[in-house]
Design a protein around this ligand. Structure first.
Ligand code: DGJ
Length: 638
């Protein structure tokens, strides 16, 4: 619920109430937007005293005409650069005359039911009670409008926020150097910074660090949200545990480069920000053009981490994951990767599918190695045409045989990459991300395709559409296996090169939007070498994700627990794999492996020919048990 009231001394107060939290904003008499409160739910009342009573600070500039009005000490929801506030601004624009100061003053607001779709970007769909507050800010000198949109999800105890900048001038271009999705000032600094850090094969490790004066930040610059840091951060009061403590959390609905930071200022307040990574980013905004930031999800919990997780889980299951899959039980799949890697023939696959059906699996997934002339990682990515010689016939005849075993069929692809040794690269070397004249680096013997180029997006849409329209494929594992290096585009003009990483993401979202709408029955699973792009942006298109390439049952406990802080169980794909484990060599009983893999969508990564009969019997019991508890695990409350 959104309420407004007039403050006795100041302008309007806004109250964004969720079931158990309130975020309040105030328009000061000077026309600045302030943020007096975010925390446990309070009544709508004149709380402007909170910002009035802040002490005057010597050595800090005051706003012209108001001796005691010191922005540098005031809590704000979207601070500018160029005034007395020397903390990190929420945004930064460079103008044609070289100046970087923007002076936003409040112009008005609207409150409306529901929410406007974010153009070209994933977003949290409005529920029936959603209400949106739009705050309009304006810089008169440069004629720039900044609109902050905040949607209240009352039942979920969550607020979403995004920002739109518009160049309303007639002649001048500006460069957006930074545009946070959310920036929150808290009048306290006694917090731990909690985040999810890791690496390939070791994603989602929970880290907690006490904040001290200075800036603590996490982020990514390799093109995806990344293995290293999930686009999630929280400020937790000391001693916060599962059920106690105050938590202020932010999660970015975005899959590319991001930055989240907490800055403790000299007066022991904290500025908490999340948004696009400003490093190596710049966006040229011509007269009349708009730029839309990704959306951030803001959750306050007064009941520790559990309260926070429950908000994210319920919100994502109901309002983020595609509706047609949100409550739909996910099939128990068998993935061929750890069973055969690249070395298989059609007969091996049919046999594996038959065995998978016998133990109770419902979907057979053919992973890497089925296309072009691919026998190892050295070639063919980009040539999305079945290797009929290897499969022993066409893809459709293989699928028919596998379906006859009583199991549906899914396929792996890595559409954003290209092998140097591929027909695609030979035909279009200019489509790879590159800086002309510089040496190119391969990773996993691949280059990254430049999805800022619409022709590249069209190629991906057409080639994947051809497979999906010609074959009864019910599932696609959408993989992505390397970081961006040598960032440069042969398509973008020189003045727009720093837009490439974000334009790539807009291109990818467009591709996923077209494909998931064109093939609504296909269940897409996101993957980036495991959990390298496991974020709400991808979850908007791919209802489930491969959380890690590490399938060891013990290692998976911390990985899956970390993921569960933010993401619902139905989003997390967990497989029972072989013992000894292929990544770490640990031996585990079937019972232990199954118990871990049951905390999400159960799947298998097994070669039955290497298993004893007793182990297979035990597996069958575990699968039968999972089928009974599956509705609770996948759509229940964790
Ligand atoms: C990386 C994925 O995370 C694995 O599960 C597997 O699909 C390989 N790619 C295939 O190349």
């Amino acid at each position: 619920m959104i309420e407004t009231m007039r403050s006795e001394q100041d302008g309007t107060l806004f109250f964004l109430h969720t079931k158990s939290a309130t975020l309040s904003l105030l328009v000061s008499a000077e026309g600045f937007l302030l943020l007096p409160y975010w925390g446990a739910r309070i009544k709508t009342s004149d709380i402007s005293y909170i910002v009035k009573e802040l002490p005057f600070v010597s050595y800090m500039a005051s706003t012209e005409g108001r001796k005691n009005f010191q922005l540098g000490n005031l809590p704000q929801p979207y601070p500018s650069f160029g005034n007395s506030d020397l903390r990190s601004p929420a945004f930064l624009f460079t103008y044609e005359d070289g100046s970087r100061t923007t002076d936003l003053s409040y112009r008005g607001y609207t409150i409306h039911k529901g929410k406007t779709k974010l153009d070209g970007l994933p977003f949290i769909r409005p529920d029936s009670s959603a209400q949106t507050l739009e705050l309009q800010l304006f810089d008169r000198l440069k004629e720039i409008s900044v609109v902050i949109s905040m949607t209240v999800y009352e039942d979920y105890d969550a607020i979403t926020q995004s920002v739109r900048a518009e160049n309303q001038g007639k002649t001048q271009t500006l460069q957006i150097e930074k545009l946070c999705s959310a920036s929150i000032d808290l009048l306290d600094s006694d917090f731990e910074f909690l985040h999810l850090a890791g690496a390939w094969g070791r994603e989602f490790q929970i880290k907690r660090q006490k904040l001290e004066q200075g800036i603590l930040s996490i982020g990514s610059a390799g093109g995806a949200s990344g293995h290293e840091h999930n686009p999630f951060a929280a400020l937790a009061s000391p001693g916060t545990d599962e059920t106690h403590g105050q938590v202020y959390a932010m999660n970015l609905v975005y899959s590319g480069n991001f930055l989240a930071s907490a800055e403790v200022g000299m007066h022991r307040n904290t500025r908490f920000q999340i948004g696009l990574q400003p490093f190596d980013f710049s966006w040229r905004l011509e007269p009349g053009e708009c730029f839309q930031s990704p959306e951030a999800v803001l959750v306050y919990s007064g009941k520790g981490l559990e309260g926070m997780s429950n908000s994210f889980h319920r919100l994502y299951q109901d309002c983020l994951i595609p509706l047609r899959f949100a409550q739909k039980e996910r099939p128990i799949l068998l993935n061929s990767w750890e069973a055969h890697y690249y070395k298989f023939c059609g007969e091996d696959l049919i046999r594996l599918a038959r065995q998978a059906t016998q133990v109770g699996a419902e979907l057979f997934v053919l992973d890497d190695g089925w296309f072009g002339k691919r026998m190892d990682e050295s070639s063919s990515v980009g040539d999305w045409i079945a290797n009929e010689e290897k499969l022993g016939g066409s893809l459709s005849s293989l699928i028919e045989k596998i379906n006859r075993e009583g199991i549906s069929f899914g396929l792996w692809a890595e559409p954003e990459m290209v092998s140097p040794d591929s027909d695609l690269y030979r035909a279009h070397p200019e489509w790879a991300i590159q800086v002309q004249g510089r040496r190119m680096e391969t990773s996993r013997e691949e280059y990254v395709l430049d999805l800022s180029n619409p022709d590249v997006c069209k190629y991906i849409i057409d080639s994947i559409s051809a497979i999906l329209s010609e074959n009864p494929v019910t599932y696609v594992k959408w993989d992505m296996n390397r970081n961006f290096t040598n960032l440069g585009s042969t398509y973008l003009p020189s003045c727009r090169q720093k837009e490439q990483a974000h334009r790539y993401m807009l291109g990818l979202y467009h591709v996923l939007d077209v494909l998931t709408n064109r093939f609504p029955h296909v269940l897409f699973e996101g993957c980036a070498g495991g959990g390298g792009r496991f974020d709400p942006g991808m979850l908007y298109y791919t209802p489930q994700m491969w959380v890690s390439d590490d399938t060891d049952a013990v290692e998976r406990l911390t990985i899956q627990y970390g993921a569960s802080l933010v993401y619902p169980s139905i989003a997390v794909e967990c497989h029972i794999s072989e013992t000894p484990n292929h990544q770490v060599g640990r031996r585990e009983s079937m019972a232990a492996r199954a118990a871990t893999a049951m905390w999400g969508n159960l799947g298998l990564e097994l070669n039955f020919d290497r298993m004893a009969g007793e182990e297979i019997n035990c597996l069958m019991d575990e699968i039968a048990f999972y089928k009974k508890v599956r509705p609770v695990i996948q759509v229940g409350r964790l």
